[in-house]
Design a protein around this ligand. Structure first.
Ligand SMILES: NC(=O)C1=CN([C@@H]2O[C@H](COP(=O)(O)OP(=O)(O)OC[C@H]3O[C@@H](n4cnc5c(N)ncnc54)[C@H](O)[C@@H]3O)[C@@H](O)[C@H]2O)[C@@H](O)CC1
Ligand SMILES: Nc1ncnc2c1ncn2[C@@H]1O[C@H](COP(=O)(O)OP(=O)(O)O)[C@@H](O)[C@H]1O
Ligand SMILES: [K+]
Length: 546
């Protein structure tokens, strides 16, 4: 089974894609342990195809057969022959269509009732023609485009019109087919990409694109799968392994990555046998205001559950008793003001500071933020690691002059609205990624743009999409849990800034997935995520070495 989108959080199997097969090529032990999972461009995928064929002594039609076989196996696992009255395979003129024709043959041989619709074109790819010639005579074939598609109720449509070779938005016959499929709300399984969708670049908002229920892709996920604006087209996506050249992938330049189980596994070092609480750092949380002490409490409990050595929480006076009662493991420093934070405590005891959950936007709290930025940058040696969330970000958005003071490697965790307040309104998801990349580079910080497939931007301009999490986490307080979790990991001096944030975002989503298995998505609340931080981290901890 391959990589899949997070809707399927019940699968605990940690599977290593082919990248790991050529780990000897990686120059350092770090990369051997923690390979970055790359997302390649459509152009690189074409080269990958050639590299695979020449490296493995295959013909391109043999590689196509592998893709078709992988797709067919996926389909067979999901629907038996008796569950589908018909499979209509729609084939375009290129290799995506060639995949479709091979899939039609394999499904027919497996006993599925198959029909093929061919999109006429001026020319066809060689491998398309090969598979066209090998289509069994028993499979009915007709042309599509000019005439209405006849769709059987409850039938399946395999969309093999266009894949990564699409060079411009669809028009004429192809657009007419897409319109009919979408209007009929057909149950579509797209081969590699929903037809009409570009793999990794923006396109006009009204482009005709197939609205697939499922997309089964080959080798590596495409960038388009991770963007919210494409959710209605891509549906539930899966990536099937077809043995593409691991050496090519390892050498390929990339600035987009994804963090799946195999990339996250082992990121957390085991606790040494003689560890003491100083080993894991002392964190400070600056959080809460009257009516929002719950946010401070959620961040506190998440920080504790992530394994911080010591935790001190600074809350306004009204939060003191609540914190001391609900979280006896944390120390509490009450602010002089009863309702909001007005003073920054001495920072010298701490290895990391998290600020923002439930903070409010009082001018006095802005003063605390400003002083925090100044003092964190001026600590002797390395700057003090900071995690800024929620109202700390909103205050930064209102006073953008403060952005220049962010200490290097600060972690910011905005949701899209908070990010807009820090930058500008994005035209679309691709523009938002550009803004994200530019912001992280300019301010030399890590930015976690939260949502489905939270995207971590690094100071080097890399974008890492996270593969855990589920819509049950779209509930008040989930973000506060992330702040506590990340603050604990930033206080752990054994982790680099990047490893802490990558691990933290992955573990947060994984804890949410485990919680959703118990409570279901609608019933999930932020406290449930906290209960599963421990089990999620246990899965991700490296073996203890003596
Ligand atoms: N390594 C891989 O990625 C593999 C890819 N394979 C398949 O090959 C596909 C890519 O094949 P191709 O490069 O032939 O590309 P496609 O089959 O996606 O499309 C190319 C064809 O569409 C035409 N075309 C492009 N844009 C059009 C538009 N807007 N309107 C009308 N015609 C348009 C081109 O002129 C060409 O004939 C992948 O998506 C995948 O399905 C597999 O067969 C094998 C392995
Ligand atoms: N549909 C989703 N899929 C995966 N994760 C999600 C989804 N919706 C929300 N989340 C996660 O839940 C958290 C919500 O954070 P945030 O919006 O700050 O909530 P709050 O401010 O209420 O705490 C983020 O980490 C986000 O990635
Ligand atoms: K397709």
């Amino acid at each position: 089974m391959g990589l899949h989108c997070p809707a399927f959080y019940d699968e605990a199997v940690i599977r290593r894609p082919p990248v790991l097969c050529t780990l000897k090529k990686y120059p350092t032990l770090f990369f051997i342990l923690f390979p970055a999972m790359k997302i390649l461009t459509a152009a690189q995928i074409r080269q990958l195809d050639y590299a695979t064929v020449s490296e493995q002594g295959l013909s391109s039609v043999e590689l196509m057969e592998r893709a078709a076989t992988a797709f067919t196996k996926w389909l067979r696992r999901r629907w038996s022959t008796s569950q589908v009255p018909e499979v209509l395979v729609l084939a375009g003129p290129g290799n995506n269509g060639g995949d479709g024709l091979a899939i039609a043959r394999l499904l027919y041989q497996d006993g599925y009732p198959v029909r093929v619709g061919l999109l006429p074109a001026a020319s066809y790819s060689a491998d398309y023609l090969h598979n066209r010639a090998h289509l069994p005579k028993g499979v009915p074939v007709h042309e599509i485009g000019a005439t209405p598609l006849e769709l059987k109720p409850n039938g399946l449509v395999v969309d093999a019109l266009f894949g990564t070779g699409l060079s411009r938005p669809l028009a004429e016959e192809a657009a007419a087919v897409v319109a009919q499929l979408n209007e009929a709300r057909a149950r579509v399984v797209a081969v590699d990409l929903p037809s009409g969708l570009l793999a990794d670049s923006p396109q006009p908002a009204d482009s005709p694109i197939v609205q697939a229920s499922y997309t089964v892709s080959f080798g590596l996920p495409k960038l388009a799968f991770f963007l919210p604006q494409h959710a209605a087209f891509v549906g539930e996506w899966h990536v099937e392994d077809i043995g593409l050249s691991a050496a090519f992938i390892a050498d390929a330049e990339a600035s987009w990555f994804f963090t799946d189980a195999s990339a996250a596994q082992g990121l957390l070092p085991a606790r040494p046998p003689y560890a003491h609480k100083g080993t894991f750092g002392h964190a400070l949380l600056l959080a809460g205001s009257r009516g929002k002490i719950g946010a401070a409490l959620l961040a506190t409990q998440a920080c504790l559950r992530t394994g911080v050595g010591l935790l001190t929480v600074r809350v306004p006076g009204c939060g003191y008793e609540i914190l001391q009662t609900a979280a006896p493991e944390a120390m509490c420093l009450a602010d002089a003001h009863p309702d909001y934070l007005s003073e920054l405590p001495d920072l010298s005891p701490y290895q990391a500071v998290g600020m923002g959950p439930g903070l409010g936007q009082q001018p006095a709290s802005r003063g605390v933020l400003q002083q925090l930025l100044e003092e964190a940058a001026n600590t002797s040696g390395q700057p003090l690691p900071l995690v800024l969330d929620a109202d700390a970000l909103n205050l930064l958005g209102q006073h953008r002059e403060l952005l220049a003071q962010l200490p290097p490697d600060t972690v910011l965790t905005p949701h899209p609205k908070e990010f807009e307040r820090l930058t500008e309104r994005a035209r679309d998801d691709y523009h938002r990624l550009e803004l994200l990349q530019a912001f992280a580079r300019e301010h030399r910080c890590y930015v976690v743009l939260k949502g489905a497939y939270s995207c971590l931007a690094t100071p080097q301009g890399e974008l890492h999409f996270n593969c855990t999490g589920n819509p049950g986490m779209a509930t008040g307080g989930s973000g506060d849990v992330l702040t506590g979790l990340l603050t604990a990991l930033r206080a752990d001096v054994r982790l680099t800034a990047f490893a802490a944030v990558q691990l933290g975002v992955y573990a947060h989503g994984r804890a949410g997935d485990l919680a959703a298995q118990e409570s279901g998505e609608p019933g999930l609340i932020a406290s449930d995520i906290i209960r599963y931080i421990g089990p999620a981290l246990r899965e991700l901890t490296a073996a203890r070495e003596f």
